[in-house]
Design a protein around this ligand. Structure first.
Ligand code: G3P
Ligand code: CA
Length: 388
């Protein structure tokens, strides 16, 4: 399945409307503990290579592409609703800047140490957010996505969960959610903490245990440690490419992401988390001076993480030539799709347990081909049971 057209999206949205009144299922009791595992494909902000990110349409397409998990980044509104956005800065991915009624809400704030001017989720109620429409974040790289600007609402996390459950019934394919808490320390200081309502909302939807089809991720540390005392849901420590987790920096601590990626650092993470999500080139396979990628340059990160029991889910695989290493580009158009599937295969060979991708259809194909080769020939992998 390639780029979805408007017709397909209309069908998907009609389906969502028709199924929204189905009785909800208890996904955990239907799908008990995982028995085997294969690398999971995590749709990064939905099928964001094809549609504006963090929209129900982008998540629907990701599920139809066969993703195992969909990733909602989570921020919070003034009236404490969890909404699905990568940033609390709304103008990056919504039409808020064009809305005269909100012109007076423009502010300059310092978010995680960076001065930003724009419109912020914490200054809007959910009802106000619902009047906004999503726009493409990177129209210069994804002009086709920008054709969908203005068509889709900003979803709540609850709506994303309901979508996953409804589409799971429709496709028969288990679908998990992989929420990331954005700016935890920043929101704590505003008395708009995300962790508690997130756990509450997940619990209310039947996601509560190690077996639940959910991971919670964060770039910060102290909130994950707090979450460990609040829930047994698997936790993922994100690792950034430079500097320190913002909460550590705020507290005057010395811990850096570089230290966290060492053998000792990974062992420390394993005390409170179940996995790590590292940037793929920085931690796993650095590109060479000619911008080429080769398995022979793989670090020991995956083995060291596995040695302390941590899953490894690197981010983010994007299929346009613009994002690919030199030896995986195809042709000279930076906006055309390159050999992302082959790039993904290199990381699968390095032993990752899953990966985030903007192009879940390519991710599923790469994963299935990889597993097929391991089993002596190509075969489509269609899991019937939940596999973490
Ligand atoms: O959460 C995995 C990956 O999404 C981390 O980066 O900035 O896309 O949230 P970001
Ligand atoms: Ca994320």
């Amino acid at each position: 399945m390639d780029r979805p057209n408007k017709h397909l999206i209309a069908i998907v949205l009609t389906f969502l409307f028709l199924t929204s009144s189905f009785p909800s299922t208890d996904v955990q009791s239907k799908n008990p503990a995982p028995e085997t595992s294969h690398p999971i494909v995590i749709a990064h902000r939905g099928a964001s290579g094809y549609l504006p990110e963090h929209t129900l349409a982008a998540y629907s397409i990701a599920i139809l592409h066969g993703a195992d998990f969909i990733e909602p980044d989570v921020v919070i509104t003034k009236d404490r609703h969890l909404i699905v956005r990568h940033d609390n800065v709304l103008n990056l991915t919504t039409d808020v800047a064009d809305r005269a009624e909100f012109s007076s809400r423009k502010r300059t704030k310092t978010v995680d140490g960076e001065a930003i001017t724009g419109w912020f989720s914490e200054d809007f109620t959910l009802a106000e957010i619902k009047t906004l429409r999503a726009i493409e974040r990177i129209p210069q790289v994804r002009p086709e996505n920008a054709k969908f600007n203005g068509q889709f609402e900003i979803p709540t996390l609850q709506e994303v969960i309901e979508l996953a459950k409804n589409m799971e019934k429709f496709t028969g394919h288990p679908i998990g959610i992989y929420p990331e808490i954005k700016h935890p320390t920043y929101f704590d200081h505003l008395h708009l903490s995300i962790e508690e309502p997130l756990v509450q909302l997940l619990r209310a939807n039947g996601y509560e245990t190690q077996q639940a089809r959910v991971y919670i991720q964060s770039f910060e540390v102290s909130n994950l440690k707090d979450l460990r005392t609040m829930t047994t849901i698997p936790l993922i420590q994100l690792l950034g490419t430079g500097g320190q987790p913002y909460d550590v920096q705020q507290a005057g601590g010395s811990l850096t992401y570089a230290q966290m990626s060492t053998r000792t650092g990974l062992a420390d993470i394993a005390v409170y988390a179940d996995g790590v999500a590292p940037e793929k080139y920085h931690f796993l396979i650095p590109k060479d001076h000619a911008d080429n990628l080769s398995l022979s340059h793989a670090t020991k990160f995956v083995q060291q993480a596995h040695a302390v029991g941590l899953k490894v889910h690197p981010y983010t695989f994007r299929a346009e030539n613009y994002f690919l290493p030199a030896n995986f580009k195809k042709g000279h158009d930076p906006l055309a799709l390159g050999n992302s599937e082959n790039e993904m295969e290199i990381f699968l060979q390095a032993g990752v347990d899953g990966f985030f991708t903007d192009h879940p259809n390519i991710g599923v194909q790469a994963r299935d081909n990889f597993l097929g080769k391991q089993h002596g020939g190509w075969r489509r992998i269609k899991p019937k049971k939940f596999e973490r």
